[in-house]
Ligand binder design. Sequence first.
Ligand code: ZN
Length: 456
Amino acid sequence: MIPGGTSRLLFPSPSKLVSVTMANAPEIVLPPLAFKAAGNSDTQRDVNLARVLRSPGYPTLVLLMADAVTKWADRVVLDFTAQQVTVKYQVDGIWTDMPPMDRPTGDFMLATLKQLCNLDYLDRESRQEASITGQLDSFKYKFHIRCQGVPTGERVQIRVDLPRPQPAQLIEMGMREKAHERVRQMLKRGKGLLVSAALPGDGASMSWKGLRAAGDRFMSDFVTFEQKGAIEDDVINVGSVVYDSEEAFPQKFRELLLKEPDTIFFSQVRSPQIMRQIVESGLSSNRLMVVQIDARSAVEAIYRLQILGVTSEEIQQHLIGVVAHRSMRRLCVKCREPFEPDPNVLAKLGIPVGRVRQFYKQFDPAAYTTLDSKGNPIPPPVCPTCGGTGYFARVGLFEVLENDATLQTILKARRKYADAVQAWRAAGNPTFRDEGLALLALGVSSIEELQRVLKS
Ligand SMILES: [Zn+2]
């Protein structure tokens, strides 16, 4: 019997209660996830918690949130439509569809969640936000909940602070020692244009943070310049200047230059007008301008700069280099499986036979599923490290491009993108593919994952 049975305490629509009352249902064993309720006073927090513990939506909420954190999801999105509630998890940057819920189950669960957060559960339209904490085994989690009515129903986004350390240094993210030294030397130059390139949502803020950490040792005084709301994650904003709009940029930038910082970091530059001011006012001030732009590779960043209005001559004169970043999921070392890949797949990836001694792949529960006496599948136990996803955390792939003779030749000859990449690689610069293959050889990730990363 579900705790609370047919409690009407939390729900606006008693007619829906019938459909989720499971009078003959077997008792559910819930994971030991203990929430702390939100509220303006101890009494209110106690009341909120007492109410949810006996509400019919509580078991669903506990099962959902425990499942999400066990799989290391840092985002959960619930879309309430007329027919059902779709559920999505984001784990290590990848969105996965989970089994949907029926509307009554989802409605009960959401009412419970809102009560736990001290929000108005009757309000299905306004934007409401709150944070709560929870503990499962020895791990503590913080959940940030945002609910918002949408034309099709209601959307609920939950961001989870996971209890695992985020790498702060480029080396911890997977940058090789040699590349790291090149980046440090570039930052040490102290003046010119340095570009940080990544795709939005692909750990762009992580590599950004790493670059700032690498520069920190040489630069006593640096300022971060970012457009309001452009940052995808909470990053450590040391001396951060926020501008509201493109129109507000020039004034803020002039004020900032008067303060004479050594280095200015510009996050997510997507406007040619802003780029022009960085080149004209910023670079003539003899300081280091580090600019983050969207690009698929280090070489592509050079073309993106030109699309943003930086001329080939300006690049040749001012560019120090580009640090490009991609994220690849690491195979879970507790459950990864050695296997022999199809030679055709290896040929496609350009891996010579024998180059990699042992390949690994993601654990496949289907291969270990047995049947009980009635023919029902019994899945194998879930890996406690990765929660059954087969992957655990991410590793960075990096491309480091310097403004050297190779780049100057590419720019002067006005090479096409594909030719430029080839010329750049021929000069001894490893690409994302080369870096990824090196990690496959070490068993860090899977062929499927590298293919996914290279395709994006
Ligand atoms: Zn695992």
